[in-house]
Design a protein around this ligand. Sequence first.
Ligand code: AMP
Length: 227
Amino acid sequence: MKLIIFGPPGSGKGTYSSKLKEMFGVEKIATGDIFREEIKKGSELGRKVEKYVKEGKLVPDEIVIEVVKERIKGLEKFILDGFPRTVNQAKELLKLTKIDAIIKLNIHEEILVEKMLGRRICSNPKCDGNYNIANIHKVVEGIEYYLPALLPKNDMICDKCGSPLIQRDDDKEEIIRQRIKIYEEQTKPVLEFFKKETKIPIVEIWVNRPVEEIVNRLIEELKKLKI
Ligand code: AMP
């Protein structure tokens, strides 16, 4: 099972990839995570990509492709998150391996903004506590959203470690809209390429319900493809 997952920032790509990892044993390969890790380590690769990542610019294709090539070598099951981001990367990927399906997470921008503004994370860097104070129940262009708040038991205190909850620096409305815009600009041509030039099935999923329901829907769709 070789998959690509597309979706705007905050749509839950990380959550759904982790669920697919648990259920199908796919290896999650997220190029952004790899680069951040290498930068932290101060490795040669980290030093090469640092300025691009810090400025939010795309890392040159040759570097990204080399990284992905090494990571997918010999793997039978993987999910790519954050790659490919250019048509050239998509073409190079198809030279290296076949892809069984593309998952595209859909969510309206106004819901995404509300969801990201509501996100609260644990202030303890060692804890992965993640909550959301937004309680979304509304219809946008015929899609009914039901995304209940994920609140801690005690007001603004992490259930896991008792530290105060905070908002992420990049979860500010202006920055969120900018990140969504960049995603739309980058992703559209890549999806168009896959639609026009390949026969890879694209599974479109609306992320309008709580995670467990969406995971079940996703699994049903993937099962139908018999991959
Ligand atoms: P992400 O966590 O996916 O938003 O990626 C963080 C940063 O890593 C991006 O802003 C780029 O600088 C770099 N990056 C990640 N994936 C790619 C890619 N496929 N092509 C070029 N740059 C990338």
